[in-house]
Design a protein around this ligand. Structure first.
Ligand code: PRP
Ligand code: URA
Length: 223
């Protein structure tokens, strides 16, 4: 076997936690997503599939509680997820593409939405929508967005959640730029970042290189 097939955990000097998933299936699907020849339908399916594969590890530390269950043969002690469980918070638009893949794993998760877009001139995030589950503050919240570029949108989304009393937050993306990882870690060192690929950097328009282009446009076929 030529490549290590587990998630790599990287503790950066910023004190934040970064997990890069280098599982072969994830890498294969990311390569297909990067290709400019991959059509919208296939791209959308791939985003969802990678979210499911990553979600398995992202949810690894969910707390369990012991319960009694009766099998056809006898009573047994076994485990179920404890407490209020999860909320998934996609950043609109592109984060929507990851929701179904995560719900495949955790169908009972609640879903909140944060609308943020990058101002094309300043590249700074602008919030335009926020709707969270009522009990979001007692849930672990996983923020979903395929792209972590400058980190502005992710940092702003996490700030909005914290302002509303949410403390257990993870950030899950497909492609991250080092600049975005640095900014999110500097702003929110307590928020672990999970990604499928850590790319080279940003171009002059703050697009990730090599990246996959504009995730929202590729998901929804808007360009
Ligand atoms: C994209 C992407 C992230 C953001 C990342 O969204 O989905 O939300 O850019 O860039 P940043 O790390 O520099 O903030 P975009 O603003 O293009 O909006 P869209 O999803 O509606 O297309
Ligand atoms: N948003 C995207 O969709 N792609 C990038 O490369 C950067 C930000």
């Amino acid at each position: 076997m030529s490549e290590k097939a587990d998630a790599k955990r990287t503790d950066l000097p910023t004190g934040g936690q970064l997990m890069v998933f280098d599982h072969p299936l994830i890498q294969h699907k990311i390569t297909l997503m990067r290709s400019k020849d991959t059509p919208t339908k296939e791209f959308r399916e791939l985003v969802s599939e990678v979210a499911t594969l990553m979600g398995y590890e992202v949810t690894r530390d969910l707390p369990l509680t012991e319960v009694e269950v009766e099998t056809p043969l006898k009573k047994a002690r076994s485990y179920v997820i404890a407490g209020k469980k999860l909320a998934l918070i996609p950043i609109l638009r592109a984060g929507l593409g990851m929701v179904d893949g995560m719900l495949t794993l955790v169908p009972m998760a609640r879903v909140g939405h944060i609308g943020i877009y990058r101002d094309p001139d300043t590249l700074e995030p602008v919030e335009y929508y926020l709707k969270l589950p009522e009990d979001a503050a007692s849930r672990e919240c996983i923020v979903l967005d395929p792209m972590l570029a400058t980190g502005g949108s992710a940092a702003a989304a996490v700030s909005f959640l914290k302002q509303r009393g949410i403390t257990m937050i993870k950030f899950m993306c497909l492609i991250a730029a080092p600049e975005g990882v640095r900014r999110l870690h500097e702003t929110h060192p307590d928020v672990p970042i999970f990604c499928a690929a850590l790319d080279e950097g940003l171009n002059e328009h703050a697009y990730i290189l090599p990246g996959l282009g504009d995730a929202g446009d590729r998901l929804f076929g808007t360009k």
